[in-house]
Design a protein. Structure first.
Length: 205
């Protein structure tokens, strides 16, 4: 998928890097460029009924890597398919080829959807992971691990995982509601299988 700018599309796994002529000096601030591209690319992504989650710009010498992250809207389920990522990647590539604010340096383009390891920073992130085991670090230093059972616009609810003797079945405590402003960081814990835990409060032997 050759273009005037040249890029590597990770969704299509094609290397089409072609240096532009007369590249500009590599002094542009990466954060400022990322913010500009978020505004420029948002309409392109939204035409695919997706959200532009983030744009990251990494600059090495006179070369840039543009990492575009797209996600489903609040009412979306499951994840973004590889076919959809490929379609969005093509649209983003075309938009970048016609970007009037581009400074002329070559770049690689990477388009992806968020993985399970991404931080939970928005209510929709939490809602999409209801039922999963999560790690929650609070602003007061407390660390909780538990099953996420609900999430609204103001808080999350989870069943904290209790400490048990080694070799015994894991147990969950009483439901606990945590406001977002009390959460410093939240992440999903990878599970090979859901814990076979008692959901009645975890007080039985």
């Amino acid at each position: 998928m050759a273009g005037k700018s040249g890029k590597q599309n990770t969704a299509a796994r094609q290397d089409t890097s072609i240096p532009r002529r007369n590249p500009a000096p590599a002094h542009l601030d990466a954060a400022a460029e990322a913010e500009r591209l978020r505004e420029f690319l948002r309409p392109t992504v939204e035409r695919h009924k997706l959200l532009l989650e983030d744009v990251e710009v990494r600059i090495v010498g006179s070369h840039r890597t543009l990492h575009v992250v797209v996600d489903l809207p609040d009412d979306g389920v499951d994840g973004v398919s590889l076919d959809t990522v490929s379609e969005v990647s093509q649209s983003v590539s075309n938009a970048l080829d016609n970007d009037p604010g581009d400074d002329g340096r070559p770049y690689n383009l990477e388009v992806s959807s968020p993985g399970v390891s991404r931080p939970l920073t928005q209510p929709r992130h939490w809602r999409r992971n209801i039922g999963r085991l999560v790690d929650v670090r609070l602003v007061d230093g407390e660390v909780l691990e538990g099953r996420l059972i609900d999430a609204d616009e103001t808080s999350v609810s989870l069943k904290p995982l209790m400490t048990v003797k080694k070799g015994t079945k894991p147990k969950f405590g009483e439901d606990r509601a945590i406001p977002y402003d009390k959460i410093r960081k939240g992440t999903v814990q990878v599970e090979f299988a859901h814990a076979d835990a008692e959901e009645s409060g975890g007080n039985n032997d």
